[in-house]
Design a protein around this ligand. Structure first.
Ligand code: ZN
Ligand code: ZN
Length: 143
């Protein structure tokens, strides 16, 4: 009698072990599926990021390159290196102070703070005051 109890006890524990094994196998499948989903999501994410970066590059093509910006003269306001015909920056609407770095746009002689106009010209290719194109100047040449 005692022995029978022991056997039946052993059997249930074996059943339980097999159930654990099945459970483990299911878990492995679920984990593998989750891993696949994660890899897929990461892949999609990087594809999206790539697409966004290339569209941003297209948008930036309307502005000037830093290399092109350097062709426009920069002078300290108040010095006589370059003639500055205006007294205030049309972008931030504040008056130039002596010694401030001012960039002069050659086709129209409009002058702006260097930092103000540089930010503008990275996304636009014309004078912020009179809309004179600054790309023509370099491609065709000016008179
Ligand atoms: Zn300014
Ligand atoms: Zn201008």
């Amino acid at each position: 009698m005692h022995r029978l109890l022991l056997e039946s006890h052993n059997e249930t524990s074996v059943d339980g072990y097999q159930r654990d094994m099945n459970f483990d196998a299911n878990m492995v499948i679920i984990l593998a599926a989750l891993l696949c989903a994660l890899i897929l999501a990461l892949g999609l994410n990087s594809i999206l990021r790539c697409a966004m970066r290339s569209s941003a590059a297209v948008a930036q093509r309307t502005g000037l390159k830093k290399r092109e910006l350097r062709k426009f003269p920069v002078a300290a306001y108040g010095s006589s290196e370059v003639e500055i015909t205006v007294t205030e920056c049309a972008i931030c609407l504040s008056e130039f102070a002596d010694g401030e770095r001012v960039r002069v746009l050659p086709p129209c002689n409009h002058s702006f703070h260097k930092t103000c106009v540089d930010t503008w010209l990275l996304s636009h290719s014309s004078c912020p005051n009179c809309r004179h194109s600054l790309i023509e100047l370099h491609v065709v040449g000016s008179d």
